[in-house]
Design a protein around this ligand. Sequence first.
Ligand code: SAM
Length: 342
Amino acid sequence: MSSTWQPPTTPAPVAGPLVDSFGRVAEDLRISVTDRCNFRCTYCMPAEGLQWLPKSEILSFEELTRLLALFARLGVRSVKVTGGEPTVRADLPELIRMFREVAPDIDLSMTTNGVLLDRLAEPLAAAGLGRVTVSLDSLVQHRFQEMTRRDALEQVFAGIEAAEAAGLVPIKINCVVIGGTNDEEVVDFATWSRRTGHAVRFIEYMPLDAQHAWERAKVVSSSRILAAIDAIYPLASTAPDHEPATSYRFADGAPGGVGVIGSVTQPFCTSCDRLRITAEGEVRACLFALEETDLREPMRSGASDDELAALIRGAVWTKWSGHRVNHPDFVQPARSMSMIGG
Ligand code: SAM
């Protein structure tokens, strides 16, 4: 934990919205349904993968659904299913159906590498999933393979098409930009967005890789990304929504659009409304948090919903004012992105 961070001296509220001690209200939940992934993105994990959790340590469908219902009761409005790679969890459409049953009005989406969407998009949409975000770091076959360690670009394109056909729209594309690797593709992505109509959001490379190989020199700033695109396709800003991405449309009225998530160079901590649950039931109030609150053991030991709610409120209350990535005392969390649920 940061040396300057002090936990709040007052207790968490016992009612009302999920608020932290700085007044931010958590309304957006990322729920990881597995720590496993079928890609091996170089900036996320080593080629051999990670030590996956045994099945008994992963929350069951019933536990995940109970938590989702509880978070919805506590004011969460939007839920993103994540992982690892969420589509590798067996019977995912059934889980989505269970989620939809307990939270019919929630904004329910999923982030995926897209490789299994060609066969899963339709059953997921039928089960009640609203839309998908697809992670796509290169439009070039050899670079895609180099970055993901999988020769699957065509399969991902097929997955995106299947998602569109199934009505999982609007589709957003997330692209992690790494200096010297795929940064020369940002304008090509903008061209692709204009052609397909899918908005592309560029994400700054963050120190959340399992190998701890992150280098600040490889972070391509959001402002550089936007300047490169704006020089070719002038951009116009769009009305802000509650997403961390700053979004732009093309000034000439072309379809699609671009956005940037500047977690490193332009942190959005002061307006962060996100919470995460890891696949084994730990609540994390910040991607970079060094502490977590376990819900699985209390659940398995018979905790009531009110007892779980008190634990959740406590976890949110102690959320840091902001991450420490740009401070000399920054400590990278033990969990990497895929183990957190990005
Ligand atoms: N497998 C799913 C997917 O691809 O969307 C969900 C989990 S994946 C960990 C979520 C997102 O985190 C992906 O867009 C991935 O590119 C991104 N990511 C992983 N490691 C990252 C890092 N070190 N910096 C920035 N983004 C990262």
